[in-house]
Ligand binder design. Structure first.
Ligand SMILES: Cc1cc2nc3c(=O)[nH]c(=O)nc-3n(C[C@H](O)[C@H](O)[C@H](O)COP(=O)(O)OP(=O)(O)OC[C@H]3O[C@@H](n4cnc5c(N)ncnc54)[C@H](O)[C@@H]3O)c2cc1C
Length: 407
């Protein structure tokens, strides 16, 4: 009798740092791609979704804005499909309500047409340029001279997406450890020792999805910080109940192509209500949700980074205008009136805020594309700003494909 040696199946231990949408989306996709891997997500807070993923606009972006061929364009387009399918499968509240991008005056029409072309190149279907009469049929109170209708975009409850992802990861044998801040990463004899505030974890592979702290976490693993995270706070106003009829769904401006931020806009929320915002103000703390929040280590980090000074020198006007608008409801309202002229400062009540983790180069450039740094036994997500919430599952799939051979 011939004995067939039992194939040795080695269980690879994968640690994912960060329990936001990107970390959880990656854990979920990795378990599907490599079922024998033992996946552990380490999250420093006492719940998942506590930072960017739980402080955003709740919009499902379809890939309209991004440079054709970029990772952002590719993963946004596949990402929205995957996210909508996931929401359907897991009963996560969402709605495909469509969006209007509005050219406030003739000077913006050429850029609106370029957006139309870009979206078409990226594979979006059903995009339609509307004249003033057609715009009013979609949004009866909108201003402007022309608009682009993006039918496949929508709104979603991202906190519920995170909860569903956590449940799925745990149901497949993975674990999500809360209150575990990663403070050390040491690679010795081919094995990582991941030091955390909740004890040490051994690992064969580490994936850094630490959002606002991803650059710092990468240095724990011995990487040089070539790009640095600069926090940009996005502040919102809520539209008072009696004026919410001014907005049906999503109304966006034509964005300034120099910046990855989309400009203040109107968003209908999945559980009711309308929000206006977010602006993009340099923050004095990476997790600084209030104007008065200052974190000395974060501030020092920012002020000693030459890229920030170059950015400020190159964009003095924009940075100053954003700061003024942050302190002035009237100025905020003036930006909104370019989209909906009837809105008044009195219609706006203070809302929440989020902080974007935006990677900046030493030359002062804002990194536009998603940035994944793949090393032996490690992968660092070094830039995952909007639309990374929408694209979280597609980013997870991309990462899983990149690292599958090693796991
Ligand atoms: C104001 C605003 C509006 C936005 N609007 C949209 C939108 O409408 N649609 C869209 O698609 N995208 C939007 N985005 C972008 C989107 O929210 C983010 O791109 C996405 O949530 C990034 O997810 P993440 O998992 O990378 O980061 P995060 O959600 O920030 O998660 C990172 C996690 O890592 C944890 N962590 C950090 N350091 C450590 C450590 N040392 N140890 C352990 N854990 C650690 C943090 O606590 C955090 O939970 C918006 C972002 C902002 C700020």
């Amino acid at each position: 009798m011939r004995i067939i040696p039992q194939q040795q199946i080695t269980t690879r231990r994968v640690i994912i740092i960060g329990g936001g949408l990107v970390g959880l989306g990656t854990a979920y996709k990795l378990q599907l791609r490599c079922p024998s891997a033992r996946v552990t997500v380490l999250e420093k807070e006492d719940r998942v979704c506590g930072h960017q993923s739980g402080h955003n606009s709740g919009v499902l972006h379809a890939g309209l804005y991004y440079k054709p061929g970029s990772l952002k364009a590719r993963l946004a387009v596949s990402g929205i499909r995957e996210m909508v399918a996931f929401c359907q499968q897991h009963a996560v509240p969402h709605e495909i309500c469509g969006k209007l991008v509005v050219a406030a005056d003739e000077s913006e029409v050429a850029r609106l047409r370029s957006l139309h072309e870009r979206g078409t190149q990226n594979g979006l279907e059903g995009l339609r340029l509307l004249d003033r009469k057609q715009m009013l049929e979609v949004e009866p109170h909108v201003g402007g001279v022309a608009a682009l209708r993006v039918p496949q975009e929508g709104i979603v409850d991202y906190e519920k997406v995170c909860e569903a992802l956590q449940r799925e990861v745990e149901a497949k044998g993975g674990s999500v450890v809360l209150g575990a801040k990663v403070t050390a990463l040491q690679l010795k004899n081919g094995e990582w020792r991941v030091g955390t505030t909740a004890g040490d974890y051994p690992a064969d592979f580490v994936i850094n999805c630490a959002g606002l702290h991803c650059d710092r976490v990468s240095t724990l693993a011995g990487e040089k910080r070539e790009v640095r995270i600069v926090p940009f706070r996005g502040e919102y106003y809520k539209i008072k109940a009696e004026r919410q009829q001014l907005v049906r769904n999503l109304i966006y401006p034509v964005p300034d192509p120099q910046f990855p931020f989309l400009g203040v806009h109107f968003t209908r929320l999945i559980h009711g209500g309308i929000e206006a915002g977010p602006n993009a103000v340099l923050a004095f703390a990476r997790e600084g949700y209030r104007k008065t929040d200052v974190n000395l280590a974060d501030l020092w980090d920012a002020l000693t980074f030459s890229g920030l000074w170059r950015f400020l020198a190159q964009h003095k006007r924009m940075s100053w205008d954003e700061l003024r608008r942050s302190f002035s409801r009237r100025l905020f309202c003036e930006s909104l009136q370019r989209l909906v002229p009837e809105i008044r400062a009195d219609d706006l009540a203070p809302g929440g805020a989020g902080v974007r983790a935006q990677a900046m180069s030493p030359e002062g450039g804002l990194v536009q594309d998603f940035c994944l740094l793949h090393r032996p036994r490690a992968l660092h997500v070094l830039n995952a700003p909007s639309p990374a919430a929408t694209a979280a599952l597609a980013i997870g799939e991309e990462i899983s494909n990149l690292v599958a051979k090693e796991i």
